[in-house]
Design a protein around this ligand. Sequence first.
Ligand SMILES: Cc1cc2nc3c(=O)[nH]c(=O)nc-3n(C[C@H](O)[C@H](O)[C@H](O)COP(=O)(O)O)c2cc1C
Length: 199
Amino acid sequence: MMKKTALHIISSARGSASFSKGLSSAIVDRLISKQEIDTVIERDLTREAPPFLKGNLVGAFYKDPRTADEEERRLLQYADSVVSDVSNADVLILGTPMYNLGMSALLKAWIDQLVRFGITYGYDEKGVRKGHLNGKKVYLAIASGGRMADWAPDNEFISSHVRAVFNAYIGDTEVHTLRVEGTAMPGFEADYQTIVANL
Ligand SMILES: Cc1cc2nc3c(=O)[nH]c(=O)nc-3n(C[C@H](O)[C@H](O)[C@H](O)COP(=O)(O)O)c2cc1C
């Protein structure tokens, strides 16, 4: 049987108390038990935070890699490791807390290191943008203190952002969003098995 590799990204600072980590881990276990994945690479972004984009790194992003000097190659190391992690994965499981209606800054910084002109996307001869890493499956695990049903529908930003950025700059990507909601409500208890039951 073909080996399928998953990349599990953790981006909550709350360690084992994190509901997004609890949900993303339940997704990993469920996909293993369904034999959809068999190898899991885990990256906890709170252990090694992705660097923010600075001028000299942005410059290196847009340079022909063959002409990068030693300093630029050093700056690109983290970004190159993210591209390699994602290239090697068939399935991505991304965990994020909702902070101020958005994804965690760690996950956003990781995405900013992943998206690279000439590497993850480019333009064809007609000027149409094309992602180069097609066919990834993304499971997005979002934990929020409140519930989506309590907000206006146009206040959904995390899932729509991840879906849009992957399909624009990574490749054709199936994004499945799972939510653990209302974590800040009194007496809340997470039932991950029910959330992942339909996967
Ligand atoms: C700085 C901060 C901002 C937050 N913003 C929101 C928010 O906009 N909407 C919401 O429903 N919950 C919000 N929360 C609550 C978290 O989403 C909730 O605690 C969630 O369980 C965090 O994920 P984690 O358990 O994986 O750490 C916020 C929490 C913090 C610390």
